[in-house]
Design a protein around this ligand. Structure first.
Ligand code: SF4
Length: 256
């Protein structure tokens, strides 16, 4: 890489980080996970229902996120309660029934019912039915990611996403942010490519390690600004570069 390109890349990184910090420091705002108000209220209530957030994360696998994050609310509707007392009384077969009838809540009902059941048991036994203990007392980001990984069916992508949402959206304090990665969705992928940070066909791992290399202290900090740029201006077929705050640094500006 030429010295000029390196300097431009550093400037791109610095600007993304600067905007990421502004978004990170913004006060908490109600988080829209689904298009259902009741479901979103449940998921935002980390004081009374921290397990709803954790169980929704566990369900976020191989289906659209919006559908997965609705599952705790569908259980609440069917059971009349989403308290841990109620959930822990449900047998695995009852959870499978609730998950499958009248219409399946997930594409993989059997596997995900087992994951849901085991997650409830884990929260009850490991965290004394209080899932907020996963992130209490300012743990390190690696500790929180690891605790999510301990749930059956949760891989690194969901584990880091969970930690990222807790830190970024819910303003939960961590002692560091080293283990909070970017979530490599379509917007991040497109914006990183157009900004010249990764190739067009970069793998998820390439994107994650690129972000780690650019900002090791908090790689996930670049998630929000890149997502915002991709969502608002850097669209797949049409770019509004004149409105984008990266346009004086972006190698693709006005070419798309
Ligand atoms: S300047 Fe244009 S091409 Fe570059 S990131 Fe912004 S919208 Fe995308």
């Amino acid at each position: 890489m030429l010295a000029g390109e390196r300097m431009n890349e550093n400037q791109i990184r610095d600007r993304l980080v600067e905007h990421g910090e502004l978004l990170f420091k913004a006060p908490y705002e109600f988080v829209r996970f689904t298009k259902n108000d009741g479901a979103d209220r449940l998921l935002n209530d980390l004081v009374a229902y921290p397990h709803a957030f954790v169980l929704a994360s566990v369900m976020d696998r191989q289906i659209k996120a919006e559908r997965a994050w609705l599952i705790p609310f569908r259980f609440l509707e069917k059971l009349g309660s989403f308290s841990m007392e109620t959930l822990v009384q449900q047998s695995e077969s009852n959870i499978q029934r609730l998950m499958s009838k009248p219409e399946p809540l997930h594409r993989f009902v059997e596997i995900m019912s087992a994951c849901f059941f085991k997650a409830v048991q884990r929260i009850a036994e490991q965290y004394d039915s209080d899932a907020s203990r996963i992130w209490q007392d300012k743990p390190s980001s690696a500790t929180v990611v690891y605790r999510f990984l301990e749930f059956d069916g949760v891989g690194p992508k969901i584990a880091t996403m969970g930690a990222n949402i807790l830190a970024r959206e819910f303003k939960i304090e961590f002692s560091d942010h080293y283990s909070i990665d970017i979530s490599a969705d379509v917007h991040i992928r497109r914006v990183f490519w157009r900004l010249g940070l990764t190739p067009k066909e970069a793998s998820v791992d390439q994107l994650i390690f690129r972000a780690r290399g650019l900002h090791p202290k908090f790689p996930g900090l670049m998630d929000s600004p890149a997502w915002e740029i991709g969502r608002n201006w850097c669209r797949p077929k049409r770019c509004e570069c004149d409105k984008c705050y990266m346009n004086d640094l972006c190698p693709s500006a006005n070419k798309n």
